[in-house]
Design a protein around this ligand. Structure first.
Ligand SMILES: [Zn+2]
Length: 66
């Protein structure tokens, strides 16, 4: 059985893989892979991609260490 990805935000749209999610941090724009809902345009990013952005931001000194 094929599982259809559906949007957890609106439950109507389908999630499409995209490669142009832009996250802005401290004036820098990070482009990441993820998924975007076809209905509400909500963007979802796998945790792995988020970690990449965080480590890149850390290198630039944009992310505060806790
Ligand atoms: Zn949605």
């Amino acid at each position: 059985m094929k599982k259809k990805p559906s949007c957890p935000a609106c439950n109507k749209g389908k999630l499409k893989p995209v490669q142009d999610i832009v996250t802005e941090l401290g004036g820098y724009a990070f482009v990441e892979k993820g998924e975007r809902c076809s209905h509400c345009k909500e963007e979802f990013m796998p945790e792995k991609e988020g970690q990449k952005t965080i480590s890149a931001a850390r290198k630039l000194g944009l992310w505060e260490k806790r």
